[in-house]
Design a protein around this ligand. Sequence first.
Ligand code: COA
Length: 332
Amino acid sequence: MHRRRQQLRAKIIATGSYVPERVMSNFDLEKIIDTSDEWIRERTGIRERRIAHEKEAASDLAYEAAKSALKRADIKAGDLDLIIVATVTGDMSLPATACLVQEKLGIKKAAAFDVNAACSGFLYGLSIADSFIKSGAYKRILLVGAEVLSRITDWEDRTTCVLLGDGAGAVILEAADDDRGIMSTRLMSDGSLWDLLHVPGGGSRHPASKETVKKKMHYLKMKGNETFKIAVRALENLVVETLKENKLKLSQLSLLIPHQANLRIIQATSERLGISMDRVFVNIEKYGNTSAASIPIALDEAVRQGRIRDGDYILLEAFGGGLTWASALIKW
Ligand code: COA
């Protein structure tokens, strides 16, 4: 633990991402379930998604994303104080996937743990990392969102399998003294709506058994239509409140990076807010919904495409199982 200092800010000094090689297109899905490329594109905006190799687990994807971020930050893994992995598809239920990433990075000094807040997981992790840095507890943190959703996907359920994909994104956060970095984070949840999006089997409520497997309880279940409506309302409020808290106008925002769940959710939220789509980052067509990995992958692509400049205000927002929703305002 480091000594408390005044006015520290958590700054993202580098981003990285990794997606598995295998591309599964909507046309590939047409061959296994009753769906069409046209339906998927019109209802979700998705054209294709990545599917992890059978030998790849969440920590493998996370490790690749982490390596890429470390390289761009030009620091060694040994310089990290803390590793946080946001995931709902960790390699095992125990230990934390963050510990497995630590092993792969070959470091022993850092602390490591996972965060489970489904699609909002990366932003929950960002808020935790921000607090640790502001308090002076840690100086340099690796935060990764990594998911292998294809392992909890029911490939016979057309209402969910067309939506999901695999991938990982990472950021390195560092304590900085200037006025740039994370301005604020906002975390919300409503546990009364847990059953809109959940995996019923394999935990202590319904431990894995022949019965749970037969009933497909190890797969993700979603009430898509209800989730959709709640998401749009919650995200609109979230963005409005985040801007208000920071005394910013929507016009001052350079880029909105939403969780990539459904293009129609992104468009509906943007429309209600009155922000034009050229200031909203979208890459859902390539990856589908990668849950906790979606925002860090989008952020990495936005940085690499030169869509974020020093001093820009960018807002990240997500919504997902829990239900949980969250935002982060960053001065880049
Ligand atoms: N291919 C073809 N038809 C499909 C289909 C598919 N993959 N999935 C569903 N359908 C059918 C339904 O069976 C239904 O048919 P019916 O009218 O004969 O009963 C019809 O399409 C409409 O279904 P509905 O569920 O009302 O569609 P929708 O417009 O709500 O779109 C989702 C479905 C899942 C794409 C949409 O609800 C969604 O994206 N919800 C948000 C989910 C989400 O992002 N959750 C995660 C938050 S992190």
